[in-house]
Design a protein around this ligand. Structure first.
Ligand SMILES: NC(=O)c1ccc[n+]([C@@H]2O[C@H](COP(=O)([O-])OP(=O)(O)OC[C@H]3O[C@@H](n4cnc5c(N)ncnc54)[C@H](O)[C@@H]3O)[C@@H](O)[C@H]2O)c1
Length: 267
């Protein structure tokens, strides 16, 4: 059992309550661990029940169980957002930080994507994010920090020549939704700044899942070559940025998009 450290530094998150939406996922799970290491109490909300259970089990074996709450949560449903916030307030009595690591992509070509599919992705990436940010901000009575995940593909476009064979490039509904999240964050930062609620975005670069790494070696080479560091990101390499944005170390930072992409967008 790894009890929360007696940490008094500027990254200290003791007594902070953090809602990590999509928290059972590939990038969010190491971030949850890092937040717990800094003494935070966390609520992990995810609609993948199996992964949620596994995440709660693994983190519960490393940290005090009463500092972790698992929530069956769907960002696509306004009622689920309201219920999640209510459950967090009931269990922990406060909310200090939101991390949103959910996303939706359909994965079709521009030619084949239907309007219903485009709307479906938008309803999660844009509308869901908007509703979640608003609900979380309204629950933050002592100021707070809101951290949204966008992507390098909310800033630049994917290049088909990076994708070997018939592999489809990163889809339009994904990048459009991520670009919207960047602007949503700037607007909401202005909306809530006087309540000392900060809103920032992390734009991750290439952090492909293990399955993609195994199945697409040529793509991996191209992806690595797009970075200045010459390699893809490890899944734990966003956790430090999440802790930074959640903590007082970033107390004068709001309305910003922080790229964590090995330099892809800096060439
Ligand atoms: N992995 C990358 O290379 C990469 C690159 C750029 C941006 N990102 C962004 O980082 C974030 C995390 O990505 P990841 O790679 O860890 O993906 P992931 O699929 O492992 O994690 C996303 C999590 O969100 C959950 N989720 C999805 N839709 C949901 C919904 N409607 N309601 C509740 N939960 C839902 C999923 O179950 C999953 O646990 C995403 O926003 C993604 O767009 C990832």
């Amino acid at each position: 059992m790894n009890n929360s450290p007696e940490n008094t530094g500027m990254f200290n998150l003791k007594n902070r309550v953090i809602f990590v939406a999509g928290g059972a996922g590939y990038l969010a799970l190491p971030a949850c661990r890092a937040l717990l290491e800094q003494g935070a109490r966390i609520a992990i909300g995810d609609f993948n029940k199996e992964n949620l259970k596994a995440a709660i089990e693994v983190l519960g074996s490393e940290f005090p169980v009463n500092s972790i709450l698992g929530l069956d949560f769907n960002i696509a449903e306004e009622e689920s957002i309201a219920n999640a916030i209510e459950e967090i307030l009931e269990k922990f009595g406060r909310l200090d930080c939101l991390v949103n690591a959910t996303y939706r992509n359909i994965g079709k070509s521009v030619k084949d994507l239907t309007s219903a599919e485009f709307n479906q992705a938008n309803s999660i990436n844009i509308t869901g994010t908007f509703l979640l940010v608003r609900a979380a901000a309204e629950a933050m009575e002592n100021g707070g920090s809101i951290i949204l995940f966008s992507s390098m593909y909310g800033l630049i476009s994917p290049n088909q020549s990076d994708y070997p064979g018939r592999m489809e490039k990163n889809p339009v509904e994904y990048g459009a939704g991520k670009a919207a999240i960047n602007q949503l964050a700037r607007f909401m930062a202005g909306e809530y700044g006087r309540q000392n609620i900060r809103v920032n975005v992390i734009a991750p670069g290439p952090f492909p899942w293990e399955s993609v790494q195994k199945e697409h070696p040529v793509f991996m080479e191209k992806l690595s070559a797009k970075t200045m560091l010459g390699r893809i990101g490890r899944r734990d390499e966003l956790a430090g940025t999440v802790v930074y944005l959640a903590s007082d170390a970033s107390s004068y930072m709001t309305g910003q998009v922080l790229s964590v992409d090995g330099g892809v967008t800096a060439w």
